[in-house]
Ligand binder design. Sequence first.
Ligand code: SF4
Length: 371
Amino acid sequence: MPPHHVYVHVPFCARRCSYCDFAIAVRSRVPADEYVTGIASELEIRALGTPPASVDTIYLGGGTPSRLGPDGVARLIEVVATRFPPAAEAEITLEANPDDIDAVSVATWRAAGVNRVSLGVQSFDDRALAWMHRTHDSRRVIAAADTLRAAGLENWSLDLIFALPASLERDWERDLDSAVALAPPHISLYGLTVEPHTPIARWRDRGASVEGTEDAYEAEYLCAHHELSGAGYVHYEVSNYGRSGRLSRHNRGYWTGASYVGLGPAAHGFDGTVRRWNEREYAAWLRILSTGVDPVSGSESLTAENRIAEEVYLGLRTSDGLPVRDEEREVIRPWIDAGWATLRGDRLCLSATGWLRLDTLATSLTTIRSR
Ligand code: SF4
């Protein structure tokens, strides 16, 4: 399957956020030239003489890709486009920290082809932001949103985290109101989870409270659904909301099983059959490339059962729903009766309450389909 989407992992961050277990490289000065040269090498090593293939989306994620600076981002897109030229109307997304947004940077990114920015906001509560070890405060977020709008960028997104510990006294409704007031065309929400080897895991091990309760998680998830749907956003995937015409095309590729290429340390790729992932550490990724070797660190072919599980899980997580079969009617009936799902034609679509229980239904349907 030719790739339709490219993900580029840019690992640099100013420091590690308290909840983050991503593959990052903490750097006060970002080695943009070294990194972009590494991506050029990876493209060359993995191209194997095949001709360039145009793609529908390019997503620069991280880490904090905006830390490459205006010229670093422009050079990165130029290098990626030599092998994967963006199609006309392609979506090119840059994940950005509010600290890195200024008029010159946004103008340079736009000139380089970036037409979507995903802003890591997480909260408008300065106390919560300090607890998360974020480098920005709420004032910077508002200034960044103003700059994006002033630059005429019509497609941008904002991330928020919910289910913070009650001890922080974070007002979730007020954060949602603050987000809506900035009028982002897209909003992504993430529930806080404690991952091993993160600062908050260490705080928890010392006995500090670092997570909201399950009830609080559910209440905040449903509160967001109510508030954002009421404000005109389409809740089109478990964690994502968008205005009409502003849904993430790159992520939709993942959710529909499309093939994609992953470049950079820790990046994953999928060719329709085999999933592969790169060496996770930046220095090791660079070292392997310097020897002219593909930096792949592992791969797996999807088994028939993996495919079924993915098809079910991915289908249920979007508002398009999953086509269901006659033999599944008995299992889905209680979900419909409880208001956790509806049938649209032959497609089963979960409600927000149903999405909170997605794993249970996905397991049941996978079991039936795997018999
Ligand atoms: S900015 Fe993002 S990738 Fe970097 S440490 Fe924070 S959460 Fe992790």
